[in-house]
Design a protein. Structure first.
Length: 113
């Protein structure tokens, strides 16, 4: 059984920072590429960042230079550090083991002006 629990979302002013966490149960964290996705109101879910089991990362162009993804393998936790947040970053953020059907419930990030 795989469970994914996102946390760390909230209300933040534009230009501020948040750090999201994703706790993962089961062994999938050790072997899978992990991803952060987000879905803004009225928009499709989009990939924000990925990280491999050995720590190689890819960041979407829309957030490159502002967001960073990391993982703590012993703690089975993935992080998304979000800096210089913009209004368009408002969305529900999800973690997801790539190429699986497992999704967390998401954590809402709201950026205000």
């Amino acid at each position: 059984q795989v469970q994914l629990v996102e946390s760390g979302g909230g209300l933040v002013q534009a230009g501020g920072s948040l750090r999201l966490s994703c706790g993962v149960s089961g062994n999938i964290f050790r072997t899978n590429v992990m991803g952060w996705y987000r879905q803004a109101p009225g928009k499709e879910r989009e990939l924000v960042a990925t990280i491999t089991p050995v720590g190689s990362t890819n960041i979407a162009d829309s957030v490159k230079g502002r967001f960073a993804v990391s993982r703590d393998s012993p703690m089975k936790t993935m992080y998304l550090q979000m800096n210089n947040l913009k209004l368009e970053d408002t969305a529900v953020y999800y973690c997801h083991p790539i190429a699986t059907n497992f999704w967390g419930k998401g954590t809402l990030v709201t950026v205000s002006s």
